[in-house]
Design a protein around this ligand. Sequence first.
Ligand code: URA
Length: 306
Amino acid sequence: MPNQTKPKPKRNPSSKQGEGKLAHRVAKNSNSNRKTAQKPIGRATPKVAPPKPSAKAETVGSSHMRLNKFLASAGIASRRKADEMIQNGEVEVNGKLVTELGFKVDPINDKVVAAGRIAKIDRRKIYILLNKPKDAISTSSDELDRRTVMDFIGIDDRVYTVGRLDRNTTGALLLTNDGDLAHRLMHPSFGVNKEYLAELDKKMIRADLQKLKSGMRLSDTGEKVSECEAEILGDGTSVWLKIHEGKNRQVHRMFWTLGYDVKKLDRISYAGITPKGLRRGEWRHLLPKEVDRLRKLVERAGETKT
Ligand code: URA
């Protein structure tokens, strides 16, 4: 089930994600009754009812994991190579040599050293997809106390929107605390695709569709926008378009330039991720495979464009 939290006017300031201590003096295997410094995901602020995550967040640190997986996640080696390192006696956990394949570690509290390097996994990263409703602004707090997208999420962790949607634009909005990925996704050089459905004040004529598709200069600032894909739908007042830029209010301004007003705007896909199955105001954690796909997308695009 997706999450839906009744929005409250104001959200408590987020508490910082706690990071556990790395160093423990004595190595113990996972079978012991160690307590881990965990923090539940998706925990609500006191003012907001706890939402139930519909898919597990990509998370580290919430349970023990196999040493080879830990080493791979920490970027030390592939799992297979990590197994070799373990067998070769190159890995220490809490100061003790571990040669047992299948040994489990607490990724937050155990100190793991592999071939002389400290292995450490990034603190928990959170990736959320919100089906943004109308009348919500894409910031974490608002001086004027207007409803923000954070009011729908209701978790303690501090997350930021990946770009913005206008107050009355609905649809796919990503939120994350992974600054690097967010930055890449928003960077124009990566050209991440965004698909929109726009409802216009009047029927669009074919000649204007051609202008829209072939790249145009925005009438207000003279900025150039690139080519895009677009189609006129239904009775002619609805237009689907796919753009790979994210200039401020770009879609509205493209239509304004051509003499149309946008009555409604819905983002139906961001980088291929759609809010299908989520009602307005509902959210879910991205699946690990979706996060991987996003990462690959900006790696690949980065490689081809630099
Ligand atoms: N373009 C717009 O004009 N508004 C949005 O919210 C997103 C893209």
